[in-house]
Design a protein around this ligand. Structure first.
Ligand code: ADP
Ligand code: MG
Length: 237
């Protein structure tokens, strides 16, 4: 078994009086492929935002590779090896596709040539041909690939992909799955948050299910999907 990479213990988040996350525990090993599923509003993105530092959690403790993340700003967590994509891609609109990837490459600060490394990231997502375009000239799947290239540019130990396939065709979904597999084969642990069950079951070696801000299941996909609670709450049967 590889070592523990991410350890989230008792992560809780409230919005006013509303509890969006109830003391969630999740542990992830280096190089693992985890699927995180649950109905709309079950707290998946809130969990990601608490892990990435985009939200301040109210409770809990999070470590990545042994480093305590609590209280750190998102950029500090990124430097420790945590990358996330947003449900709605958030490129810099006035920068070219290449420049959009050069920014995180420069931030990660490990490449001898930022331009060469940015192009390499674009090649990984098959977007090098659009390097000089502006984000507004990209299709939806290209925007999602750009979002992934910007995450890859950080050389992450953990990538959290929050609904990176929403609105894509079957063929496009397959392309993104293949891309995530390649990234994982190179050693990056991945948390895939996805409504497209075909994608989750093809990709994940472990599934976590959230319902109403609670983790209700955690285990091998086949076993988790067979649980009565998961059927009732998530699949609506
Ligand atoms: P999911 O990603 O599983 O669809 P979210 O984490 O986005 O769910 O949302 C969980 C709950 O928290 C929802 O009820 C949502 O309305 C609420 N919520 C999320 N973000 C905010 C916010 N910034 N302010 C207030 N409520 C929020
Ligand atoms: Mg969400």
């Amino acid at each position: 078994m590889s070592e523990v990479l991410l350890k989230a213990e008792g992560v809780g988040k409230r919005f006013g009086g509303f509890v969006a996350l109830h003391q969630v525990d999740i542990e992830l090993r280096a190089g693992e492929r985890l699927g995180l599923i649950g109905p709309n509003g079950s707290g998946k993105s809130t969990f990601v935002n608490c892990i990435s530092g985009d939200f301040a959690a109210h409770d809990g403790k999070v470590t990545l590779g042994g480093a305590v993340l609590d209280g750190l700003k998102p950029h500090r967590r990124a430097r420790l090896g945590l990358a996330r994509t947003f449900q709605l891609p958030q490129p810099f609109g006035s920068l070219s596709v290449l420049e959009n990837v050069r920014v995180p490459v420069l931030f990660a600060g490990q490449a001898p040539s930022a331009t060469a490394r940015a192009l390499e990231c674009l090649e990984q997502v098959e977007l090098a041909g659009k390097a000089d375009c502006l984000p507004k000239e990209l299709t939806q799947v290209e925007l999602r690939r750009l979002e992934l290239a910007r995450a890859i540019a950080l050389n992450p130990k953990l990538l959290i992909a929050d609904e990176a396939m929403a609105g894509l065709s079957n063929a496009e979904v397959d392309q993104i799955i293949a891309l995530l597999f390649r990234l994982n084969a190179a050693g990056t642990a991945i948390i895939m948050i996805e409504h497209i069950m075909r994608a989750v079951t093809a990709f994940a070696e472990r599934l976590v299910v959230f319902v109403a801000g609670r983790k209700i299941a955690d285990g091998p996909p086949r076993a988790v999907l067979a649980l009565r609670d998961v059927e009732d709450a998530y699949l609506g049967r």
